[in-house]
Ligand binder design. Sequence first.
Ligand SMILES: Cc1cc2nc3c(=O)[nH]c(=O)nc-3n(C[C@H](O)[C@H](O)[C@H](O)COP(=O)(O)OP(=O)(O)OC[C@H]3O[C@@H](n4cnc5c(N)ncnc54)[C@H](O)[C@@H]3O)c2cc1C
Length: 86
Amino acid sequence: MAGRAGCAGALGHTVADLEQDGDGVEVTVESGGRRWRTRAAYLAGCDGSRSLVRKRAGIGFPARPPPTTACSRTSSSPTPPPCRSA
Ligand SMILES: Cc1cc2nc3c(=O)[nH]c(=O)nc-3n(C[C@H](O)[C@H](O)[C@H](O)COP(=O)(O)OP(=O)(O)OC[C@H]3O[C@@H](n4cnc5c(N)ncnc54)[C@H](O)[C@@H]3O)c2cc1C
């Protein structure tokens, strides 16, 4: 899909840093012990929940983890202790 939109894909490279200005974005890329810079009009941040792109763009992540209920029982008693919500 990205290719159809005219995007160039490059696997195995890490975005190490980026700087935005009025004309686009300057990206510092690392791979194979090398580090270089490239420039693009846009950078799509598809780099997961700890997204460097999101952080560098100054976009917050106000979400909180969902409430969890977990239960693990190990008991020899015929009446095991009740589960508690976390
Ligand atoms: C243990 C676990 C179990 C899960 N189980 C489920 C499930 O059963 N069902 C479900 O719907 N969801 C599940 N999820 C959630 C699901 O994995 C995520 O919602 C989904 O993978 C998010 O997709 P994404 O493309 O945004 O990010 P990701 O899948 O995290 O992909 C991000 C990609 O960006 C790359 N990347 C990161 N930083 C950089 C960088 N600086 N430069 C270059 N590349 C970078 C990473 O290597 C990775 O390839 C689970 C998550 C976890 C942790």
